[in-house]
Design a protein around this ligand. Structure first.
Ligand code: SF4
Length: 392
C-alpha cells in the first residue's frame, strides 16, 4: 500500500453477480450459480485485477465498492482475496472507503468479522421493507428478523458506517406500511439510507405479473404521500438528502457514489461492470461464458481492446458535458459553476442561459452562491429538465 498526495483519485467497483434467487423486480446482471462457477469467476476476476494494474499507475484508489448481485452470498475468503489483490496491485489512499453490499440472510457473524478484518469499513444491507408481505411480493429470500440479526451483528463486530436499502412503491404498499418500514429502520439509527422508487423493468417477473393484473402499484397520490413521509422522517432523524435517493448523517455520505456523480474516474472489475477514465467509457462482457474465456494476461500488449469489452465509447466534449450535467444534478448540492469552468473552460450560465431562466422561474432550479441545484419540485420532473439541458 502506498500514498501519494499528487496522484489523481480513481474509484474501483467489483461486481459479484451471484444471488441465492432472483428477486421479482430485478433486472441486474445477477443469477444463481454453482460453487464451481463461482470459483472460476473469482479466479478470472483476480487475473483482471492483476493484469489491469498498469492502467492506474498515476492514480490513487479513493474507494472500493463490492456490489452485486449479492457479494455476501459467496464465501468470504473470496472477498478477502479480491481486496488483497487490489491492495497489492494498486496505489491505495490512506482514507479509503471500502463498501460491500450484503443481504440479511447470507451475512453471518463469521463473514462480517472477516470483512471487518480485511479492511471493509462500510456495509450496505439490502432490506427493502420491514413488512413480511411486501418482502414476499418482492421475492426477497429474507425476513425482517434476519435483517435485525444482521444489523446487530454488524454493530457488534464494529461497523460504524451502515447503509440500509429500502424500496418505495412496492405493489400493494400503502403510505402506512411504508411509514412503518422507514420508521423501524430509522429507529436503529443507521448512518445512511437509500430509498429507491420501484420501477417495473422489462423482462422481470413483475412485468409479467403487472401485465396480467396480478399486482397493483400504489396510486400516484399515495406515492406523493410516501415522498412526504420520507421528507418528514429523515429530517426528524437528522439524515440529510444529498442525492435523489440517498440520505446520510453528516460526514457519512457515500464517497464512492459521490465520486460517480462528481466526474471522478472509475474502474470496474467483473462481469458487465463499467469503467470511466481517460475520456472513455467501457463496459465489460455481460455473458459469463464470454467473460470467463478472456485471456487477461495479454491485456496491456493487445492494441485492439474490443475483445475485452462489450462497449468502448470515446467521449467527445459534448458527451462529457452531458454526463456531467446528468450526474451533477442528481446531487442536492447540484452543479458548481466554478468547477464546471475549470473542467470545461466554459461558462455554465452562458451555456444554459435560456433553460436556467425558464426553470428558475418555475421554481424547479435554484442558485446558491456558485451552485445551481434542483429543488424538491425539480427532482419530481428531473427527466424533463435534464432533457432540456443536454447539449445536442
Ligand atoms: S438480491 Fe439484488 S441483485 Fe440479487 S436478484 Fe435480488 S435485487 Fe437482484
Amino acid at each position: 500500500m502506498c500514498y501519494n498526495m499528487y496522484m489523481n483519485n480513481i474509484e474501483i467497483y467489483v461486481h459479484i453477480p451471484f444471488c441465492e434467487r432472483k428477486c421479482n423486480y430485478c433486472d441486474f446482471v445477477s443469477f444463481h450459480s454453482t460453487y464451481d462457477v463461482i470459483d472460476k469467476y473469482i479466479k478470472q476476476l483476480l487475473k483482471e485485477i492483476e493484469y489491469k494494474k498498469y492502467l492506474l499507475n498515476s492514480y490513487e484508489v479513493s474507494s472500493i465498492y463490492i456490489g452485486g448481485g449479492t457479494p455476501s452470498f459467496i464465501d468470504s475468503k473470496y472477498i478477502v482475496y479480491i481486496l488483497e489483490s487490489i491492495f497489492s496491485n494498486y496505489n491505495i489512499s490512506k482514507n479509503i472507503e471500502i463498501s460491500i453490499e450484503v443481504n440479511p440472510n447470507s451475512i453471518t457473524l463469521t463473514k462480517l468479522k472477516s470483512y471487518f478484518n480485511a479492511g471493509i469499513n462500510r456495509l450496505s444491507i439490502g432490506l427493502q421493507s420491514t413488512n413480511e408481505l411486501e418482502l414476499k411480493t418482492l421475492g426477497r429470500v429474507h425476513n425482517y428478523n434476519d435483517f435485525l440479526i444482521a444489523y446487530n451483528n454488524a454493530i457488534h463486530v464494529g461497523f460504524k458506517n451502515i447503509n440500509v436499502d429500502l424500496i418505495s412503491g412496492i405493489p400493494h404498499q400503502t403510505p402506512d406500511t411504508y411509514k412503518k418500514s422507514l420508521k423501524q429502520v430509522l429507529m436503529l439509527n443507521p448512518k445512511h439510507i437509500s430509498i429507491y422508487n420501484l420501477i417495473i423493468e422489462n423482462g422481470t417477473p413483475f412485468k409479467t405479473m403487472f401485465d396480467n393484473n396480478e399486482i397493483q402499484l400504489p396510486l400516484e397520490q399515495d406515492l406523493l404521500k410516501m415522498d412526504e413521509i420520507t421528507k418528514d422522517l429523515t429530517s426528524y432523524y437528522r439524515l440529510n438528502r444529498y442525492e435523489i435517493s440517498n440520505y446520510a448523517k453528516q460526514g457519512f455520505e457515500c464517497k464512492h457514489n459521490l465520486g460517480y456523480w462528481s466526474d471522478v474516474p472509475y474502474l470496474g472489475f467483473g462481469l458487465n461492470s463499467s469503467s470511466y477514465y481517460n475520456g472513455m467509457r467501457l463496459k465489460n462482457k455481460s455473458f459469463i461464458i464470454n467473460y470467463l474465456n478472456i485471456d487477461y494476461s495479454k491485456y496491456i500488449t493487445t492494441k485492439d481492446k474490443s475483445i475485452y469489452y462489450d462497449e468502448i465509447l470515446y467521449l467527445n466534449e459534448i458527451d462529457h458535458i452531458n454526463d456531467y450535467i446528468i450526474t451533477g444534478f442528481r446531487k442536492t448540492s447540484g452543479i458548481d459553476i466554478n468547477e464546471f469552468k475549470n473542467t470545461f473552460n466554459k461558462d455554465f450560465e452562458d451555456l444554459f442561459k435560456t433553460a436556467l431562466k425558464i426553470y428558475q422561474g418555475m421554481g424547479f432550479i435554484n442558485k446558491n452562491n456558485h451552485f445551481y441545484y434542483l429543488t424538491d419540485e425539480g427532482f419530481n420532473v428531473s427527466n424533463k429538465i435534464l432533457s432540456d439541458l443536454l447539449l445536442k
